[in-house]
Ligand binder design. Structure first.
Ligand SMILES: Cc1cc2nc3c(=O)[nH]c(=O)nc-3n(C[C@H](O)[C@H](O)[C@H](O)COP(=O)(O)O)c2cc1C
Length: 136
């Protein structure tokens, strides 16, 4: 465990129709509890019915929770944007940071930045950069 590598998982999904504020609070509360147990950190952004999430931590923990996330009926159309190994954590102070368009709009951010929303790799980098930019 001590020398186990870090990994990350970045995806976009569509929130279930009618997902409410209390549903969102439930998701976050449970996620933070479990992430604390599994030494996971990350950031979740919700905007226009879409979720964007970066999850990071020991590769085994990431794999375990990603399995849960993939079969969670509270969202659908999960698109993996990027995944892999990580040299250091991007969100080490956050069990799961949360933002929505009240705090910062990803759409506006993309419109202002030069990040591409067409090229898949560049889009993933843009999403990751946005998540890090809001966390500051
Ligand atoms: C958008 C979204 C993000 C989530 N993020 C996390 C997370 O960061 N950590 C986590 O443990 N569960 C997260 N969950 C909840 C999991 O899908 C799952 O409900 C929870 O981990 C319990 O897993 P289990 O149902 O396999 O026991 C998230 C769910 C959704 C819909």
């Amino acid at each position: 465990m001590l020398f186990e590598g870090l990994g990350f998982f970045l995806y976009r999904s569509t929130a279930r129709d009618g997902l409410s504020e209390p549903d969102l609070r439930d998701i976050l509360a449970a996620a933070r509890r479990r992430n604390a147990r599994l030494s996971l950190t990350g950031s979740l952004h919700h905007e226009d019915g879409l979720f964007f999430q970066w999850l990071e931590g020991p590769v085994e923990s990431v794999r375990l929770v990603v399995e849960s996330i993939l079969r969670d009926p509270r969202h659908r159309d999960i698109t993996v944007l990027d995944e892999g190994g990580l040299a250091w954590r991007r969100f080490q102070d956050w069990r799961m940071r949360f933002s929505d368009r009240e705090q910062a709009s990803m759409l506006d951010w993309f419109a202002r930045s030069k990040a591409s929303t067409v090229d898949r790799g560049a889009y993933a980098d843009g999403v990751a950069s946005f998540l890090q930019a809001v966390a500051i």
